[in-house]
Design a protein around this ligand. Structure first.
Ligand code: WTA
Length: 652
């Protein structure tokens, strides 16, 4: 293969530590060797239709599908002619098995309240709410918005919508009235399910009041269902608002799940986005479920005695796929937690794991970096020996954060699955399989079955080993998004026009000589320093590998000499103070780890970094701060506006 004159992105991260799967893990795993993975993967790529048709028969169908796939670039349909139901697959089909009385859901509130529902009990609640929705005149195809805290009723409402075929749009409970109104109006939702309030870090979030404010601008909404969680005063609008428990009290717990077309739009989910206006990503029924089911089965290696805890809010895709549909379709026991990880103390997650004997734990790098910042003593206080598998998702994980996670949470014993995927992909695309794959910190390793991933140059030609480029998917997969709600043109241009004809959703990556993928972050975050195009993630990882650093974000600032100068925002681990000498030490550290080309021109210490509500660092805003520019772009997804103000005041 000929070397390109100038690589699209220059990769500078070198990481060689390797962790083969523990033998005891592989022996009991759903998939226990790399040979088995290679064989199935080759099969899935050679004949994806045969591969997925066979797997789809593990699901419950009311009517079997007649055709496996129709690929009319860039639109795909899977399992044509079949009918099925998501809620039936998550609940009813377990009721004739030993799972009937097993816990489907364990829940703990922030204030310590608890609740457990068996599969039978969850089924009954879902049927009741499905009947409530139907009695209110809602039918298959209507859109229903859910704006709730992390309470069991959120899972119940999600599955009840799926049961009647109402397309749900879950709006993260941290969003404001404006964000609710935009999303409700974009989808013309006929109903909203909400709560009076939610508990977050001991404070009450007035969800119903936010809905009331939004609904002044939402003419499509006819009905509001309100779960009483916090008991705060609220305003009920006669004829529109219905109390959940009153409606449920008289509803029957029997309900026949609607047979829905394979391609029925099961849900819309608006992407948070670090840039631009949110898009309503539309997912199918059968293809989405198959992706959720299969990836959960293989990547999380679920067994009947597992207690599985994914910390994501159901308001994000990770919560849809890996709190609700994936684990429940596999008959797993899901643990769900309502509140903040640092309430009442910074050890809450570890206390939960010890109390509920959690065996599989799935969280985000942003959370892991917070745990590091909070100090090792918090996990050390708890018995985490029930854990057998750890996962991460949401951002590239810096290798040192991965090592910390393995040591302090996983007891140097649990495999880690670094799972790369997107709202748009519906389910995990690149990830280790824990019983098969040798992992390396920072690499999401190999593609899942049926995922034809590659790293290419701008012209679509494949990159060589370790050459940075664009991460593309060359063939459609079952849980691929189907369109952008109300804007199919945007679907086509956003995902298929940048590196045609491939699917490209914005990430840079490289593949090493072993075939492992290294995600380098969003292409928008690439900087051009003295003619070298550098991904910010690799410089951040070099910084985080210094003992004093908990978290780092790197951005570019215009510079006369080098085109772009590297500016690093750094937050420190406990016990280190923000001194000038440390700045110099960190610059030297980056020079040693990567080279002088990546040496930061400036280091700024900060307690907090601006993040989206799903925890991704908003480098665009940091770039504005570093360059002394005013922030003109959209800041509605920013979690905490005061962080930005503090950073501006903190200038040297
Ligand atoms: C990033 C979350 C590196 C990536 C499921 C992607 C990751 C975006 C990883 C999607 C990972 C997610 N390694 N980067 N393991 N997982 N990303 O839509 O930039 O919230 O495009 O979906 O997160 O974010 P989204």
């Amino acid at each position: 293969m000929s070397e390109p004159k100038s690589p699209e992105i220059q990769s500078v991260l070198t990481e060689g530590r390797q962790f083969p799967p523990p033998k005891t893990f592989s022996e009991r795993a759903v998939l226990g060797s790399m040979e088995a993975y290679e064989r199935l993967y080759a099969e899935s790529i050679a004949d994806p239709e045969a591969f997925f048709a066979e797997r789809a028969r593990e699901l419950h169908w009311f009517t079997p599908f007649k055709q496996t796939r129709e690929w009319n670039h860039p639109h795909v349909k899977w399992f044509l002619g079949g009918t099925l139901n998501l809620a039936y697959n998550c609940l009813d089909r377990h009721l004739t098995t030993s799972r009937r009385d097993k816990a489907a859901l364990h829940w703990e509130g922030e204030n310590g309240d608890t609740r457990s529902l068996s599969y039978l009990e969850l089924h009954r609640e879902v049927c009741r709410f499905a009947n409530v929705l139907t009695q209110s005149g809602l039918v298959a195809g209507d859109r229903v918005a859910l704006y709730m805290g992390m309470v069991p009723e959120l899972v119940i409402a999600t599955l009840a919508c799926a049961r009647i075929g109402a397309t749900h749009s879950v709006i993260f409970g941290g969003f404001s009235a404006t964000a609710i109104a935009d999303r409700v109006n974009d989808a013309s939702a006929r109903a909203i399910v909400t709560c009076d309030g939610a508990w977050r870090r001991g404070k009450l979030v007035p969800l119903k009041a936010n809905v009331d404010e939004a609904l002044d601008r939402c003419p499509s909404v006819e009905r509001v269902f309100v779960v009483q969680r916090t008991g705060n005063d609220m305003n009920l609008v006669e004829g529109r608002d219905v109390l959940w428990h009153e409606a449920m009290a008289t509803a029957s717990h029997e309900h026949d799940a609607a047979p829905l077309d394979s391609e029925h739009p099961s849900f819309i989910l608006y992407t948070s986005g670090t840039t631009g206006k949110p898009k309503g990503v539309v997912h199918s029924t059968a293809g989405y479920l198959l992706g959720a089911y299969l990836t959960t089965k293989y990547v999380f290696d679920l067994r009947d005695d597992d207690v599985y805890f994914c910390t994501a809010d159901v308001g994000w895709i990770t919560g849809h796929t890996y709190v609700v549909y994936g684990p429940l379709s596999n008959g797993a026991t899901v643990f769900m937690y309502e509140g903040a990880p640092d309430f009442p103390e910074k050890d809450r997650f570890w206390a939960l794991i010890a109390r509920w004997k959690v065996s599989i734990f799935y969280t985000a790098p942003t959370a892991i970096r917070a745990f590091i910042k909070w100090g090792d003593e918090h996990p050390a206080r708890h018995d985490l020996s029930s854990l057998r598998l750890l996962g991460t998702v949401g951002e590239p994980i810096n290798p040192e954060a991965w090592i910390w996670y393995r040591k302090h949470i996983g007891g140097d014993r649990c495999p880690i699955v670094d799972t790369f995927w997107q709202t748009e992909t519906g389910s995990i695309m690149i990830s280790p399989l824990p019983g098969a794959t040798t992992t390396t910190p920072g690499s999401a390793t190999r593609p899942f079955f049926g995922v034809e991933a590659d790293v290419v140059r701008k012209d679509g030609s494949p990159c060589g080993p370790d050459e940075g480029g664009f991460l593309v998917i060359k063939q459609p997969w079952p849980s691929m998004l189907r369109t952008v709600w109300g804007d199919d043109a945007r679907y086509q241009t956003q995902y298929f026009s940048q590196i045609p004809p491939y699917y490209f959703a914005g990430d840079g990556a490289r593949r090493d000589a072993l075939g492992n993928f290294w995600i380098m972050g969003r292409i928008d975050d690439v900087m051009n320093v003295s003619g070298h195009r550098l991904g910010t993630m690799e410089i951040e990882s070099a910084l985080v590998s210094h003992e004093a650093v908990a978290e780092a974000a790197v951005v570019g600032r215009p510079d006369e000499a080098t085109g772009t100068a590297v500016v690093a925002f750094v937050s420190l681990r406990p016990g280190y103070s923000p001194e000038a000498a440390l700045k110099e030490a960190l610059k030297g550290h980056v020079t040693r780890e990567i080279g002088a080309l990546a040496r930061p021109a400036e280091i700024r210490f900060t307690q907090l970094l601006p993040k989206t509500r799903s925890g991704k660092i908003m480098r665009r805003l940091l770039g504005d701060v570093a360059s002394n520019r005013q922030t003109l772009g959209d800041t509605t997804t920013l979690e905490d506006l005061s962080v930005l103000a503090a950073l501006r005041e903190d200038q040297e």
